[in-house]
Design a protein around this ligand. Sequence first.
Ligand SMILES: [Zn+2]
Length: 484
Amino acid sequence: MKRIAVWIWILAIALGCVGVFSGCGESQKTGAKYEIVAEYKPESGSLTGTVKVTFENCEESAFSTLKFQMYPNAYRKNALYRPVSSAFEKSAYYAGESYGEMTVYSVNGAKNWEVMGEDENILYVFLERELYPGDKVVLDIAFSTKLANVNHRTGITKKTVNLGNAFPILCGIKNGGFYESTYYSDGDPFYSDCADYKVSLTLPKEYVVAATGETVGERTLESKKVYTMSILNARDFAMVVSDRFKVLETAVNGKSVKYYYYDDKNAEESLSAAAESFAFFEKTFGEYPYEQYSVAQTGFCYGGMEYPCLSMISDALNEEAKIRSIVHETAHQWWYAAVGSDQIENAWQDEGVAEYSSVLFFEAYEKYGFTREALVTEALKEYRSYYDVYGSVLGRTDTRMTRNLSEYLSDYEYRCIAYDKGVVMMDTLRKSIGDKKFFSGLKKYYEGNLFRMATPNDLIGSFERAGVDVHGYFESFLSGKTIL
Ligand SMILES: [Zn+2]
């Protein structure tokens, strides 16, 4: 009975894979292409430009409205959902209160448009005619993003400018419709599909750009510089720019790994941690699908933040935390950038798998001084202390791993559930099914879900395809039944 059920389920996954890419041609696995032309002006602290988006309907039903995320609106004064929780306000808003926002000036190629959503966070573009499966539409959006002074994903820091989520991009498609995400201060509230990007950025010529895309052009126009960057099949496009960046570069398996920094006396070691973990993850999970990867030191109130081909690493970390953050964010290049997952509903699938990948790296590279046992024990201890503290203070402990970001009461709870419990779950799984099936499962997960949004069942199914029935195991952890 169980065996039959497993095979039916595997068949369903296989059919699902076919469905995702149908109607969009074989070479083009994504439904959107962006051509972005923008200028960053330090004097106004804003990024202004146009986004030309070509969207092909790869779904099975027609669209009359396209929706775009406007994450920078979370930084405005009256936002319902603040990007930073009170615990991190001081380290984020280093110069006191500061606000930012995104303004849309026009949308060409559409009947009408309006900024809507629960928190003025979504641009609704009403199309001139229904967009049927296989049809394309081209829109030109003129926008400006005013940046707050904040050590956060989208903001001006003391020495850099973080341009994460700084452009309007299409909401990811979930169950055939655009998924609108508000901002949450706990977790990464992003859900986006892979697309092709060509970005041209103008800024003062002293500035250096660390970016998602490969630089394909660079020219100087009097006091300014224009960088042209491009990438195919990327989930997002982010940049960190600075007039202080120094750059170190190395090659790993023919791909470029760079480190942008301004204040790191052990910069070579930082680059080395990025390069070694990059090489390890390629060998362990599968080939990285892009040509370059950059790590950028920057002002950031958390340890780091991942974007496709780009990781932001806080300049406020001590040596140990910096190395751990670099390795963790590098793991996200496989689990987030290449294989996406629903970070809003299943943060464990993103953070737990990335953090456990760090454990695998440190286990293999003993010179860093962290053993598998110590790291897993640390995660278990943190989880247990959360369990005790929340149990005694609140009289309840919500141990569910499958839950929306809005259901976490604090950064602490989010961290203990998504990261720590995730690490314990992956390590316990590995112990029970053995290394061979465990690593084979992760490879299958990577191979089978590249550029897709993987569901929890895609991960569970990958281990089952490696020869073990782990459905019940995952279910007991994810639903909170397992007692640790
Ligand atoms: Zn992470």
